[in-house]
Design a protein. Structure first.
Lengths: 305, 335
């Protein structure tokens, strides 16, 4: 009983780490331009597909990962440039509808290029420690044995550690570097920071790039533990958005906490009823919006005058 | 087209009403010509009428969604929930309990309205993005319930088979042209109601809420009540569409009511121009038939028939381009 709960808790933490990585992309963009970037889930899906393609043609995993991050960062900036930038001064509803349009277009583009068939990362080209198993003699390979007979694969340990490292790097980027300072300034007041000589459009582009790169990592992680499909961005994307809302949209530490809460809730929810696996994330999100719209870490905002 | 019986409108009405007859006569012409080995590639009258029925159904839904999205200016991403409720209410009543369609339709409508009001209670004070996200969440929950609760529908994945066609005095309405007139009458009633609402005190209150909620409230408009009314009417229309599709498709299943269907209807409203009834209908007519037309054209003239399956790609691009270059939609209404 307790061993099972422990195992599920660890699974939830791993999933939560992935959600946190995606949620950061939502929350950073929302913090600066107040836009729910629906296309973020699709960028994450493209990250998984790009890495998959690179690995299939023989690129080593350790090169495919950063390359996919880079390409997704470019994709994110490109989307911002062609679609969102012209709408900076338009009503927010227009930008939201544009975001839905991009999401729709990218998802179906992926379906056209790679077909709707679920794919998996080919196991022979991945680093060997990703392949964990229990041999017939009961020896555990590439995994940590857990009390109660379960195992914690090194792959999951790697995913969680990578997520933690990336979050620390992100926090350092935001609180210790100049571009991070500029981002925080833009999130506080875009006009004022523009007047202070900050090139807001560049800062927004950088935000998209960072969020998309982290999304790409999350996509690869999900690809490693599950399958890669054109709709993966939609489901995980919305759950990650729920995480961002739960933590308080605009707050990065909120996104991390929210991601872990949603991850654990989803894993335990799946135990109760597997058909409602993702629904628990939605229910939490709706409740949070209704009860405390500013989330756990968010600042309460006043109504538009 | 409003309220006026000009010759142009009368001719237009006659044309719309005689479309099935026209289609079937083209069938006849083709049969005649085929004797002389001439084939002009007519896909068949029944098929065309089926597309027309679908386009009309989408017009109905778009007009319904337009009330919340266009008039009150709240982005509803979960409209498909009411479509689903209508479809399954009517479907279950007719197939499992044997209720006649003529009773199932109003019951479905009432049921949809109830849920529209219930959803309105928590979402009344939300605006903008949060409203959109909560409506999306609600629709997704309904979708999951239909997919998972077998006691409700009987078969997994929300499949409901063999929904009987409506009948009156022993005549069963199961032909495609029956359905065409059926949806035409429903559409006419809904559009008529919509115009009456739009030009009434209620419609003006909705538009006032869209333009500035606080100003509207300070002018003495009971924002909560008018928003609830908008949700209710919109949900009722969605449920009518659902009840219709249940008997039209005979078999329905959960994938009919997926999230993207909501987006598709939203695309129609946006394409036509939010807040314009004619715009919503035009958008629905274009996008509702675009998929089938694309499939016909692509299979006939190109080697890539599979491109038609990706029509959502085109819808996405349409949304982006519209917001960029013509945010007011095709029929732009100045306010």
């Amino acid at each position: 009983m307790w061993a099972q709960i422990l195992e599920q808790l660890i699974n939830g933490l791993v999933l939560g780490g992935i959600y946190a990585l995606i949620a950061v992309g939502y929350t950073m963009v929302y913090g600066i331009i107040q836009l729910i970037n629906f296309a973020h889930g699709e960028i994450y899906m493209f990250g998984a597909y790009i890495a998959l393609m690179l690995i299939t043609v023989g690129t080593p995993f350790w090169i495919a990962l950063p390359l996919s991050m880079l390409l997704c960062a470019i994709l994110g900036m490109f989307i911002d440039f062609i679609a969102y930038k012209p709408l900076r001064n338009a009503p927010r509803l227009s930008a939201l509808i544009t975001a839905i349009g991009i999401s729709l277009a990218l998802q179906n583009l992926a379906r056209m290029i790679w077909s709707a068939r679920p794919r998996q990362f080919p196991s022979e080209v991945l680093p060997s420690f990703f392949l964990s198993e229990i041999t017939e003699t009961g020896k555990v390979i590439n995994a940590v044995p857990l009390p109660g007979g379960g195992i914690l694969p090194f792959r999951d340990v790697f995913i969680f550690l990578l997520a933690v490292v990336l979050m620390i790097v992100l926090n350092m980027l935001i609180y210790l570097t100049k571009i991070g300072k500029a981002m925080r300034a833009c999130a506080q007041n875009q006009v004022a920071s523009n007047l202070m000589g900050i090139k807001t459009n560049q800062v927004i582009a950088a935000t998209f790039a960072i969020g998309s790169a982290l999304g790409a990592v999350a996509g690869i992680m999900v690809g490693l533990s599950e399958v890669v499909t054109p709709t993966m961005g939609y489901y995980k994307g919305v759950a990650a958005f729920a995480a961002a809302v739960l933590g308080g949209i605009g707050s990065i530490s909120g996104a991390i906490v929210g991601g872990i809460v949603i991850g654990i809730a989803e894993v335990f929810g799946a135990d109760i009823h597997s058909g409602y696996r993702i629904a628990f994330a939605y229910i939490i999100m709706i409740l949070v919006i209704l009860i405390r719209p500013s989330g756990i870490f968010g600042k309460a905002t006043s109504k538009r005058a | 087209m409003r309220d006026k019986l000009t010759p142009r409108n009368i001719i237009l009405c006659l044309c719309i009403c005689s479309l099935p007859w026209l289609m079937y006569s083209i069938d006849g012409i083709e049969k005649l010509l085929s004797a002389y080995r001439i084939d002009f590639g007519w896909p068949g009258g029944d098929y065309v009428i089926r597309i027309l029925v679908r386009a009309c159904l989408y017009m109905l839904l778009a007009v319904g969604l337009n009330i919340v999205c266009g008039f009150t200016g709240l982005l509803d991403l979960g409209y498909v929930a009411f479509y689903l409720i209508g479809g399954y209410t009517a479907g279950i009543l007719m197939q499992r309990l044997g209720v006649p369609y003529w009773f199932a339709l109003p019951i479905a409508m009432v049921h949809g309205t109830i849920w529209g009001l219930l959803r309105g209670i928590p979402t009344l004070r939300l605006t903008g993005d949060y409203f959109a996200i909560v409506t999306f969440g609600f629709a997704e929950l309904f979708f999951r319930i239909i997919r998972n609760e077998q006691w409700l529908t009987g078969i997994p994945n929300g499949q409901l088979r063999g929904i009987p066609s409506p009948s009156i005095f022993g005549i069963t309405f199961d032909q495609n042209w029956h359905n065409y007139y059926h949806i035409l009458i429903l559409l006419f009633l809904v559009v008529f109601l919509n115009y009456r609402l739009q030009n009434s005190r209620v419609g003006r209150a909705w538009v006032a809420i869209r333009e500035d909620e606080q100003a509207a409230e300070s002018m003495g408009i009971n924002v909560g009540r008018y928003k609830s009314l908008a949700f209710a009417v919109s949900a009722a229309i969605g449920a009518i569409g659902g009840a219709f599709i249940a008997q039209f498709q005979v078999n329905i299943s959960a994938p009919f009511f997926e999230f993207w269907e909501s987006i598709l209807i939203l695309c129609m409203v946006v394409l036509g121009g939010m807040g314009s009834i004619r715009g919503a209908m035009l958008g629905a007519a274009i996008l509702g038939s675009l998929g089938e037309i694309l499939r016909e054209v692509l299979t006939r003239f190109t080697d890539f028939p599979e491109l038609a399956g990706s029509r959502y790609l085109i819808f996405g691009i349409i949304l982006i381009l519209l917001m960029r270059f013509r945010p007011g939609g095709l029929i732009y209404k100045k306010t």
